[in-house]
Design a protein around this ligand. Sequence first.
Ligand code: I3S
Length: 128
Amino acid sequence: SSPDSDGCTPELEKAGLLNKTKIAEGGRKLRKNWSPSWVVLVGNSLVFFKDPKSQTPSSWKPGNSRPESSVDLRGAQLHWANNLSSKKNVFKLRTVTGNEFLLQSETDSLIKEWYNTIQNVIDRLDRE
Ligand code: I3S
């Protein structure tokens, strides 16, 4: 049988390193603070972890892989947002609760894959 034959384990869709900044919290604008983030798309959520490379060896202990934050993609909106940054390959993710994130990669193909995969999850949830 498949590893998820009971249907209870959310499916891992994608994981990788992106640059991230939160720009709004509950509709309130925040100051940008870009940093690398290990991003995992699993089930209906986008989950953010600290960039493993930015951690010191001493901070590399089991249990330190706790997510920094996570985003519910149900009802979320995704837009290319190169107007919101001097960086290239930027998109904005807005949650129903009014939290806004910019995500960015220097690699064109990689950011397109992330955009398409996240949009597919949002579309799937919209149809439910
Ligand atoms: O949209 P902004 O305000 O020009 O964003 C830049 C600033 O947040 C800047 O920080 P401070 O002005 O707080 O020192 C960041 O270092 C930049 O990365 C931000 O712009 P980009 O274009 O990189 O998103």
